[in-house]
Design a protein around this ligand. Sequence first.
Ligand SMILES: Nc1nc2c(ncn2[C@@H]2O[C@H](COP(=O)(O)OP(=O)(O)O)[C@@H](O)[C@H]2O)c(=O)[nH]1
Ligand SMILES: [Mg+2]
Length: 458
Amino acid sequence: MKLNQDAAIAAIATAPAPGAVGIIRISGRDSEIIAERLFFPKSGGKLTERPARSAVFGEIRGEKGEVLDNALAIFFPGPASYTGENTVELQCHGGPALLQTVLDRVLACGARMAGPGEFTRRAFLNGKMDLTQAEAVADLISADWDGAVKNAAAQLSGTYGARIRAVYESLRSVAAAYTAVMDYSDQNVSYPDTGSAAKELSLAGDTLRELVRGARSGQILRDGLHTAVVGRPNAGKSSVFNRLLGFSRSIVTDEAGTTRDVVTEKVCVGGVPLRLADTAGLREGTTAPERMGIALARSEADRAGLILAVFDVSAPLTAEDEEVLSLAGENIICLCNKCDLTIDNVTKTRLENTFSTCIPVSAVTGEGFDALASAVTRAAGFSGVRFDGSLVTNARQRDMLCRAAELVRDAITALELGAEDALWGCVTEACEAVGSVLGIAVPEDVEKEVFSRFCIGK
Ligand SMILES: Nc1nc2c(ncn2[C@@H]2O[C@H](COP(=O)(O)OP(=O)(O)O)[C@@H](O)[C@H]2O)c(=O)[nH]1
Ligand SMILES: [Mg+2]
């Protein structure tokens, strides 16, 4: 097999901070020759004379032969490397300035600086991974929650891509069958079996819809659920916020109007990553800064995916509570806070009649916070969700899968009506949409498939 190799690129692969080890990666044509210009094994000889993929200890030397670092070098001959190309990894000491010096030396010896994601792009172009796996690499690196790590790791392993590929293959076979009928109808092509086409389409539609259904949770898993804690002054917003975080981040006092800036922290509640925002109490503000804080609070509530509406259930509702009551709707959890005190039953009943989810809590004793965690799990659609790589976390993929699901539905309608042209059009487009998730360009592909499956014009 001829190795597809582009000119060598190089970059520092580790984080730009002091660490025990820092890695410089070189990939592409003549990577090993470039490495041999600056890396000299302690035991003599050359890197490429040693067994492939073994760690070789040696010196990295500068232009005049001066030692820049002691390092390990590993040569991965393509195609058995991350990118599929010849690759060398230099494991140096992890000082940012040192790594920059070594990288400059690598560049001086013939490599060019890699662009963002270029190693993974080459891996994709060389067929080492499909596009879902390439995107999973980026997700895995940026994941800052346990569940997001698991989901991205599972997607990287390829099970998710394989599921999408199965949909792609079945759509492609339907498209191919109808392409043959339409293009070569005068050449005695056998007519596709509508029963099996209907079955393939309905199975594909089921899988696509299931994937799309999980997309909201997937996006939350990746980006966190934007959650605003709102309520009138002194309802206990900052106390609830602090308890969810597990430490005192916001100031708690019985003086109304303390919290003005929006205080935001990341926290995992009920297995759901939240971007939790504590806000100023909603009321007619008394001073300019407080009024500005209140305006910020309103806009936080507007753009939040989830609202935690905090009420003091030990006191009668006030005019200031009315605005919060008016927020009632989907994606809002009502917290009947201060349930450790004597409960005002009129308040309690009004809250229960207004909100579909009402939870008695005490930010002081912690009572009710388990129930709150479960409510958050449900609100995020995380109940029973497994982080097995089946969650679509990526907006591009979600849009394409959504589009494909709609097209498949239209194709089924067309099939029922016997409208072959429309059916073919929908399936081909659906196929392209699914293919683009995997990074496959389709039309030519479909054409090839036609010729491989049908004996035409003999
Ligand atoms: N007894 C009791 N007091 C609370 C509770 N939550 C908050 N408080 C008190 O209510 C006052 C206002 O709390 P804070 O969190 O600053 O309210 P915010 O203005 O809504 O942020 C403080 O004195 C808190 O100690 C609770 O669950 N029980
Ligand atoms: Mg506050």
